[in-house]
Design a protein around this ligand. Sequence first.
Ligand SMILES: NC(=O)c1ccc[n+]([C@@H]2O[C@H](COP(=O)([O-])OP(=O)(O)OC[C@H]3O[C@@H](n4cnc5c(N)ncnc54)[C@H](OP(=O)(O)O)[C@@H]3O)[C@@H](O)[C@H]2O)c1
Length: 358
Amino acid sequence: MGGAHDAVRDSAAGEAASAWRTHRSGCQINEMTEEHGTYAAMVVRSPGEIELTTLGRSPLADNAVRVAVEAVGVNPVDAGNRADGAWAGLAVPYVVGYEFAGRVLAVGRAVSDLEPGDEVWGLLPVRGTRWGAYAEEVVADAGFVAHRPPALSALEAAALPLAGGTALQILERLEPRAGEWMLVHGAGGGVGHLLVQLARDLGVQIAAPASAARRMFLESLGVVAVVDRAQPEPLRAARERVGADFPLVADLVGGGLLAASLPLMAEGGRAASITDLSGDLDEALDRNITVHGVLLRPGQQRLESLRRLVDRGVLRPVLDEVLPLTEAVRALRRVESGSGQGKVVLRVPSATRSSRGA
Ligand SMILES: NC(=O)c1ccc[n+]([C@@H]2O[C@H](COP(=O)([O-])OP(=O)(O)OC[C@H]3O[C@@H](n4cnc5c(N)ncnc54)[C@H](OP(=O)(O)O)[C@@H]3O)[C@@H](O)[C@H]2O)c1
């Protein structure tokens, strides 16, 4: 714990009536105001119904950070949670949204690596996050927040933690080697376009069945074999383009695509799904294929890994659409369409971030 927190304790002992404390940055924080402000959020009041609501701040736990949100990444899971948050342990009212970029407003007494004013990003746990990031402010355990890469705007930074973290986790599990081919379903989407960038950095060659509208985008990211997924047998066409069975498959779409890919995989191949394992997977037994189910686990270490990749120029999110927070329903419809190219992001205008207690 830093000297600032000692100063808080000293002050509390010596000047019990004072609500002010001095952070080690030199900032004076008025704890009364800090705890008693209000903020606006897009609140799910009943399944499917989301509306702008004013919420009261709750006290900051010792290991927590309060962040003024500048931008929020929009993900398919948010749309699912808006419709029904039960799987994530959410009972109405609640706020969806797992990833954000913003500025630290206040830190709990046990937080030593962040301080007010820091530019940060964060990724919240998928289960049990009741007060998510579709809001002017978010409170998170400090273990889920870190300094964001300076090379990214807040909008870009908000687009990276969830999809980028998932892409990283897929590669950690598949352990691709340079020169290997990977068949990627959903390569142009939020997770896909980041997976492609990371895999290319490792020297992996990518084949991607995708809609015709995605061809130029995917080729610009370095996908070697883009095949039109509207043609009669797109997977076989991808196999023919490559000229060999695939040692690696990443399924970011689901609905049986992984099962359909197994006959085109090499003996001893590795496959991963982030959506479902539907369809007949027996072929995996016949060919000694390892099938990984991948669910993102958040944490500072993963954020630091992403930051290093951004710093190295390996990773940069592409924004499909940027909308204001109040247009969250439109943003959710966009990701529900399943036809995005890159990431949808909500902007939280500073004008709507009032001085109420901040
Ligand atoms: N397990 C985890 O931890 C985890 C983490 C993140 C996301 N997810 C899940 O992973 C999925 C992808 O997430 P995302 O953010 O990348 O979604 P997204 O951005 O909405 O993905 C859109 C992409 O999906 C492709 N697609 C849609 N329908 C398709 C179909 N029938 N056949 C082939 N491709 C199809 C589209 O391809 P075209 O452009 O060719 O139409 C588009 O490129 C979602 O279901 C999400 O919930 C899971």
